[in-house]
Design a protein around this ligand. Structure first.
Ligand code: MEV
Length: 325
């Protein structure tokens, strides 16, 4: 049996704008997805027949990336992430599947996290009608704090570049990592609204909005500036400034019409005990994130407001093979 784990992600700054080449900052979170595969007499997933059309990310990894033509596989997925919630669960599934399949085919090779991030990105691009940044997959594959931008951001450590043909033309991104001070006295608390976040639709809605209201490009530019300020504050361990940047980023995302009443409700509940709070990911539902020194209090406030909380450190380890113990 081959087993691998890939973490989910939380975008602190720059969702949506990153699709257009502006910078985004994301951290890997503690929760994620574990995929186990073993050879079998027929293709199954979670104990039932594997129907390729119902699992586009997994099918893409098996067929297009690995061109797998070995014996049928029994695929088991354990997820600690709310699904369709903006936490990168599809990227984590792609990465964990890719890592498990790579180990199954070649147990002696080390895990190539860049190759993993690339294969996950191509799977996301298919699922999002060609408009997907490499943010989710790179953060889940590499772990830590990842910066994705149209051009390399000063002060970050370059890891790889990615290119994609989108309906609006070719886009390329520089993916780099940044170090967060280890002694940060802060956690993130994610709050799931319970409403799904349809990434492909939200990204398409923003593309339509920019077409009918070109002045909204100023929100994208503002998000770019806020992201750079937030990144500088995070690298310096200036938590108050990170929180202020998160709040400012959320105002611009609201202007891009990707927040929702449920997200606003949870953000308002978390606000009094947080340094900053915003929606995270594609929006329209999904999750908000709060930065706080008092994670239990914020988790309680989110729960009382009807959300599902998840506490995490900022920047967990990236995708990994789980060796037998
Ligand atoms: C989704 O987690 C983040 C978006 O910016 C889409 C993307 O980057 O592909 C909304």
């Amino acid at each position: 049996m081959a087993r691998a784990f890939a973490p989910g992600k939380c975008i602190l700054f720059g969702e949506h704008a990153v699709v257009y080449g502006y910078p985004a900052v994301a951290v890997a979170i503690d929760a994620g997805v574990e995929v186990s595969i073993s050879e079998s007499s027929k293709w199954t997933i979670e104990g039932t027949e594997f129907e390729p059309g119902r699992h586009p990310h997994i099918t893409h990894i098996i067929r297009d990336v690995f061109d797998y033509n070995g014996r049928p596989l029994d695929i088991d997925i354990k997820s600690g992430l709310f699904s369709a919630a903006g936490l990168g669960s599809s990227a984590a599934i792609s990465n964990a599947m890719g890592a498990a399949l790579q180990f199954h085919l070649n147990p002696n090779a080390g895990l190539d996290r860049i190759a993993l991030a690339r294969m996950g990105h191509s799977a996301e691009a298919i699922a999002q009608d060609g408009r997907a940044s490499p943010t989710d997959t790179a953060t889940s594959a590499l772990g830590g704090c990842v910066v994705v931008s149209g051009e390399l951001v000063d002060g970050t450590e370059h890891v790889f570049d990615a290119t994609l043909e989108t309906p609006e033309g070719e886009r390329s991104w520089s993916i780099s990592k940044t170090t967060i001070p280890e002694d940060l006295d802060a956690w993130i608390v994610l709050g799931f609204t319970g409403v799904g976040s349809p990434t492909g639709k939200m990204v398409a809605d923003v593309a339509n909005l920019l077409e009918v209201e070109p002045s909204k490009t100023s929100d994208m530019e503002a998000i770019g500036n806020i992201t750079n300020a937030g990144l500088a504050a995070l690298s310096a361990g200036n938590l108050e400034a990170v929180g202020i940047a998160m709040n400012a980023c959320h105002e611009r995302l609201k202007s891009l019409q990707v927040s929702s009443p449920e997200l606003e409700h949870l953000i308002a509940a978390a606000g009094p005990h947080s340094l900053g709070a915003k929606m995270t990911g594609a929006g329209g539902g999904g999750c908000m994130v709060a930065l706080t020194r008092d994670p239990r209090r914020v988790a309680e406030a989110i729960e009382i407001a009807g959300g599902k909380p998840l506490i995490s450190r900022l920047g967990a380890e990236g995708a990994r093979i789980i060796r037998k113990t």
